[in-house]
Design a protein around this ligand. Structure first.
Ligand SMILES: *Cc1c(COP(=O)(O)O)cnc(C)c1O
Length: 461
């Protein structure tokens, strides 16, 4: 009797194999909500199965972002899944942890006044760039108003920047003056600043770890050139450093490099926690040199526990797990851990650079020395090679490797390059395997030239 009721009370599907469950017998609904509820185990499996179609993140050598995560971080992320970063009243300790991360970064980047620094977490460097750009724009406008001068037509000057700066410029009505790179240049040339900066320049963006090649732009030389401009023309133009990648690398493996708040003209710095900060996707940081460098009008104050918690963000609700994981990383790795990991990544990149240099069809643009752990190269002569780097990307993709091909920014847009990022978890062994496949596919393309198939090239663009 009991057994009979037991059986009758259960859904027939429960005893079925996951793949013989009714929803698994057809393609999954794509445009409309299904009428009925389904077994979570079945749906979990079917969704995971769809995700097999994605590339394998660990083999994606085009991304700067974290793809290797410790079990402890998975656990912390899971346990903090319900924490909302904006809700500083309800989660004051999470807020405190965010604040500690800001202080740690301010110290790491040599903020002159430890007590007098200000910053926040963001969803990534893109949001951080919006906030940094806004602060520059407001500071400039205040200066201009105080002088009784026009506040029309602000501009921002930079070298080849990540797309977030183009977004900032368009969304917030600022003219972007991207100085073209010429001849052998890969980044902004300080000698050219004079031609692009004027009284309406809200700031100069220096990139520490160019998206295109991995090189560092020379912050100290840029500051020197701006000092000269100030002496000659009176324009006091601040620098914002986009250290999306470099902000978590230079302090550990390029200690002698002057790029951060040790340079007085550097007023703000952003970095992506989810790149070389090794936190899971969804966290960036921005720090201002001093409280005075962030216009008060942009800050909203949230009271909590009798104190004042300033917030400056484009988002409101936002997950806190990434920030908690960032703090975990700081405590877990310490200065030693960051130094070891980043220098191992750099030496792997340099090894790869050496190996690629021996391939005579390639021209090495960046060999992993002096910038972020990466390499960047092009074909010496596409016509002579009989194939393009886009063809090589396709061939490598067959082994699971994702290596993007793309043109350099103007004025060097005729040159197509590839870039390989070495981040935590991209091991030496993986690079040996990559080199094996790389050589094999170059050999294949040499024997089977695609010739100059221009349609194909433009399709990839
Ligand atoms: C990745 C990157 C960005 C954008 O950062 P997200 O964290 O992806 O939003 C901005 N600038 C540079 C130099 C970058 O490398």
């Amino acid at each position: 009797m009991t057994l009979y009721h037991y059986k009758k009370g259960r859904d027939e599907d429960e005893f079925k194999d996951l793949y013989t469950n009714s929803i698994a017998l057809d393609q999954l609904p794509k445009n409309e909500l299904p009428e009925t509820t389904s077994d979570p185990k079945v749906i979990r499996q079917l969704v995971l199965d769809e995700l097999f179609m994605d590339g394998n993140a660990r083999q994606n050598l085009a991304t700067f972002c974290t793809t290797y995560i410790e079990d402890e971080v998975h656990e912390l992320m899971d346990l903090s899944i319900d924490k909302n970063m904006i809700d500083k009243d309800e989660y004051p300790q999470t807020s405190e942890i965010e604040h500690r991360c800001v202080s740690i970064l301010a110290n790491l980047w040599h903020s002159p006044e430890k007590e007098d620094t200000i910053g926040c977490s963001t969803t990534g460097s893109s949001e951080a760039a919006m906030l940094g750009g806004l602060a520059l724009k407001w500071q400039w406008r205040k200066r201009r108003e105080a002088e009784g001068k026009s506040t029309n037509n602000p501009n921002i000057v930079c070298g080849p920047v990540q797309i977030c700066w183009h977004k900032f410029a368009r969304y917030f009505d600022v003219e972007i003056r991207e100085i073209p790179i010429t001849e052998d240049e890969l980044g902004i040339n300080p000698d050219k600043l004079n031609d692009y900066c004027d009284e309406n320049t809200i700031g100069v963006v220096a990139t520490l770890g160019s998206t295109f090649t991995g090189i560092y732009e020379p912050v100290e030389e840029l500051a020197g050139a701006l000092d000269k401009i100030q002496n000659e023309k009176g324009f006091d133009i601040p620098i914002h450093v986009d250290g999306a990648s470099g902000g978590f690398i230079a302090p550990f493996i390029q200690k002698k490099l002057k790029w951060d708040f040790c340079i007085a003209r550097v007023k703000s710095i952003n970095a992506s926690g989810h790149k070389f900060g090794m936190a899971p996707l969804g966290v960036g940081w921005i720090i201002w040199r001093t409280v005075a460098d962030l216009p008060k009008e942009l800050i909203f104050n949230v009271d909590y526990l009798g104190g004042q918690m300033p917030t400056f963000a484009l988002n409101f609700s936002r997950p806190a797990g990434q920030i908690i994981a960032q703090y975990y990383n700081f405590l877990r790795l310490g200065r030693d851990g960051f130094t070891t990991i980043q220098s191992e990544c750099a030496s792997t990149a340099q090894y790869l650079g050496e190996q690629l240099r021996e391939i005579d069809t390639l021209e090495i643009l960046y060999d992993g020395h002096g910038g972020i752990p990466a390499v960047c190269y092009s074909l010496k002569d596409e016509e002579e090679a009989g194939f393009s780097l886009y063809d090589l990307s396709d061939r490598l993709r067959m082994h699971g490797w994702q290596i993007a091909s793309y043109p350099l920014p103007s004025d060097r847009q005729n040159m197509t390059v590839q870039r390989i990022l070495i981040r935590h978890g991209v091991s030496r062994d993986m690079i040996f395997l990559l080199l094996r496949d790389f050589r094999k596919e170059l050999e294949y393309l040499k024997k089977n030239p695609v010739l100059n198939n221009h349609d194909k090239v433009s399709f990839h663009h």
